[in-house]
Design a protein around this ligand. Structure first.
Ligand SMILES: [Zn+2]
Length: 138
C-alpha cells in the first residue's frame, strides 16, 4: 500500500448536519489526500444485507468500491465513515484499486467540516440534510 508520508490533521466531532462529522484541523490544499475509507471488504450480496440493517438506524456505512467489492466502514473503519454527505461537498472520493481515498475538492480552511457526495444508489429513504431545503434522498 502506498501511503503519503503525512496526511492532514482532521478531527471527529458533533456536526450540525448529522451526528458526528469530520473537520479539518489545518488548511488542506485542493486534491490533497485526506483519509482512506477503511472498512471490511465484502461483496455486494453481503453489503445489501448489512446496508438494510444500517439504513433502519439512519446510517450509511457501506461504500461501493467497484462491481465486486464494498467497504463496510462500520467494521474495521476509521474516521472517514463519519464524513457527512453533501450535495455541494468540499471533498470527493477516488477509488484506487480496492482503496478508497477522500480528497479535497477545493482549498479547505481549518475548522471547515469535510463532506463528499455519497452517490448512493440504494433505496433512498434518508432525507438529505446537507443544507436547509435540500430535497435529495439518500
Ligand atoms: Zn443535500
Amino acid at each position: 500500500m502506498s501511503r503519503p508520508v503525512a496526511l492532514p490533521r482532521i478531527v471527529r466531532r458533533k456536526s450540525k448536519v448529522h451526528g458526528f462529522g469530520v473537520f479539518a484541523k489545518e488548511d488542506i490544499n485542493k486534491n490533497r489526500r485526506i483519509i482512506d475509507y477503511a472498512g471490511e471488504l465484502i461483496d455486494h450480496k453481503e453489503s445489501y444485507k448489512r446496508e438494510t440493517r444500517y439504513l433502519k438506524k439512519g446510517c450509511i456505512w457501506c461504500f461501493t468500491v467497484n462491481r465486486r467489492w464494498v467497504r463496510d466502514g462500520n467494521v474495521g473503519g476509521n474516521d472517514a465513515r463519519f464524513i457527512n454527505h453533501a450535495c455541494k461537498p468540499n471533498c470527493y472520493s477516488q477509488v484506487i484499486g480496492r482503496e478508497v481515498w477522500i480528497r479535497a475538492a477545493k482549498n479547505i480552511k481549518a475548522g471547515e467540516e469535510l463532506s463528499y457526495d455519497y452517490y448512493t444508489d440504494g433505496d433512498q429513504i434518508i432525507q438529505c440534510k446537507c443544507r436547509p431545503g435540500c430535497t435529495r434522498k439518500l
